[in-house]
Design a protein around this ligand. Structure first.
Ligand SMILES: [Zn+2]
Length: 182
């Protein structure tokens, strides 16, 4: 051990001297010398190991903090998305409710179910497309201009248009009723 330390000190001294003449060789000598001194002293080596593991622990901790921050941000983002979709479906329900109130205020008790007609329309709505419905009962429809109200077909929506999450359907006034021809 003592031999290694002496060798290290000699190397370092030699490296220091050499660095004035040949910088690269000098620096290599210095580093080699330093390594010898470190290896020769178990305590010093331990201390270096300790500080390295402290650094590792610190960066682990930093990574952990970063992960938590990211998770927090993700959670906030998801909460935001959730709120946006809640507001959106709220708006649809409000629109449906608005339609119903306007129609009923105008004395209209029926409506025609109208889908967007594209491929995103769900099966439950597709079944109801163009059917004559009753505001007072979302489970029925009529095939004879409102004379008789029968249960909606199996698989059909049992709500008014736009009430279900993501439903873009709307209600149209039934023309004969609108014109007072019934
Ligand atoms: Zn729909």
């Amino acid at each position: 051990m003592i031999f290694l330390r002496i060798l290290g000190i000699i190397l370092m001294a030699f490296g220091l001297f050499l660095s004035f003449v040949i910088p690269v060789a000098g620096i290599i000598g210095l580093i080699l010398g330093l390594l010898c001194v470190i290896r020769s002293s178990p305590k010093l080596a331990d201390r270096i190991n300790l500080s390295l593991s402290k650094k590792a622990a610190k960066s682990r901790q930093q990574a952990e903090t970063l992960k938590m921050e990211l998770e927090d941000k993700l959670k906030k983002h998801e909460e935001f998305e959730r709120q946006v979709s809640a507001i959106k479906s709220e708006a649809v329900v409000t629109r449906t409710e608005g339609n119903r109130q306007r129609m009923e205020a105008a004395g209209l008790s029926m409506y025609i179910w109208s889908t967007c007609g594209d491929e995103r329309v769900c099966e439950a709505c597709k079944i109801m497309d163009d059917k004559l419905c009753l505001w007072a009962d979302p489970t029925v429809y009529s095939r004879n201009k409102g004379k008789e109200w029968i249960p909606r077909p199996t698989g059909a929506s049992l709500e008014h248009p736009g009430e279900k999450d993501g439903c873009r359907c709307t209600s149209l006034a039934y023309e004969p009723e609108l014109l007072g021809e019934l």
